[in-house]
Design a binder for this molecule. Sequence first.
Ligand code: HEC
Length: 138
Amino acid sequence: MKNSIKLLAIICTAVIFLTANMAMAQKAGGPWTIPAKYKAMKSTVKAGDPSIAGVGKETFNKHCKSCHGAKGLGDGPKAANLKTSTGNFSDAKFQAYSDGELYYMSYIGRDEMPNFEKKILNESDRWAVIGYIRTLKK
Ligand code: HEC
């Protein structure tokens, strides 16, 4: 009898531990469905344009860094409270997204990735942020 109570206690602890762990683990968001209209978009801000290190970086630090981290590694202070992984802006797979795909994910968003259409209004500022994200490549 004593042994079975002990066993039950061990099983309960294990279940609590496992479910807590599962609840905390972030899951990858999975592939994005990006409308053709956005896919076809091309940046109006060329690599090396001064606006990238200027308004691009400033806007990123103001609106994106809290989740994505200063280098886009997904280690911003708010990231720990998210259920979805924010991705890693420095890796080659991320950098392979086209301008238009990055634009859609950055400004339209989905689920835990906020929509920024009303917060970042200027079109060339938006492209400067994308340009800045490009500089985070390793
Ligand atoms: C509140 C936290 C939060 C903020 C602030 C935020 N993001 Fe995100 N972002 C996320 C999350 C979570 C995901 C993953 C969403 C998913 O896959 O469903 C994401 C995904 C992305 C992706 C796609 C990453 C990939 O590998 O698929 C891009 C690009 C992106 N964000 C850009 C931005 C930009 C640019 C800003 C600032 C203008 C920004 N994010 C601000 C949480 C945030």
